[in-house]
Design a protein around this ligand. Sequence first.
Ligand code: SF4
Ligand code: SF4
Length: 342
Amino acid sequence: MYELKFNEKACFTCPTVDCLVKCQYMQFDRDRAHVEIMKVVRGEDSPVLEQCVTCYACEEYCPRGNHPFYLISERREEKGMLTAPRPITNQWINMAEPQGKFMFGDIKDKAMSCCFIPELGEMGKGALFEEIAASFALGAEFMCPAVYLHFAKTSVIKERLPKVIERFARFNVSEVLCLHDECYGTYTSIAPAYGMEVPFKPIHYMEYLYEKLIQLQDRIKPLGIKAVYQRPCSSRFCPDKHHYVKDICELIGVQLLDREYQDGNALCCGDILKMVAGYEVYKDVRERNVKDMVSSGANYCIFNCPFCQFSLSEKVSKGGLKPIHMVELCKMAIGEREMEVQ
Ligand code: SF4
Ligand code: SF4
């Protein structure tokens, strides 16, 4: 059985306890934060296990490369603490149960993972994906199971993730382009945290897009729009790729506007919060987030995760911003997609 590699000594001697001090959903000073994280480390009861809303952010906040959020999820499961009502938890587990209904194309040395999101299959076409579009894989069998962290079901991750990795390995691929940010974070953060070997190189789609746009630079027509960015929870697993949002925007003539809830201070789309933290937290987070976007003066909201886009599009549109996925924005910049009328 795979086990979380967690450096308990690193917490014991931690000078900052940033994991909990920076948490946007609990208020602890440094000393209290240290007491509480050590309780979690020792497997004792702590308000952290009751109140964590599963935003993933402490995975980024920890300056020592430890895995506080994975540990919280482990401890909750050990204690039988469900974060959401049991029928909802079971529905999520059953919904993505591999049932042999996957699809894959002509898989070559480099594969393109569309996770369990059919929209990504459509998105991964056109000039930006010319050499790799036919080499796609889509379905529950290729889905990163990171979402079960939200439901304190790391056992599902430990059971399913090795099989997903094995399915890609059977194709003998050297690289897997991850169109879902969360897949990339799963292979580069969760898998090593649990000692799972990944025998291919995961590629983050924004890094891929940036390099592709450099190659297609003569086709780029600067978009001249003002935008804000909705950072997804999964981006906390791979903060080293976050700079590509700004890099791509600069390359395609998008002015990325500053706002309060960005970078380390980003708020998630809120959809999961409805299930694990209740309606009031969900409503508050979404309202603050969209108000912040609207007051920035942007006319577009760029999404990374399709689920954030499903969840927030209507609210963002009502605020006068056009929701658009990063891939579609890049397609607009090379003239493959019509500019939307302002
Ligand atoms: S998880 Fe990281 S930030 Fe938190 S106490 Fe441990 S080492 Fe420090
Ligand atoms: S996952 Fe989010 S809510 Fe939970 S402890 Fe970490 S930062 Fe706080």
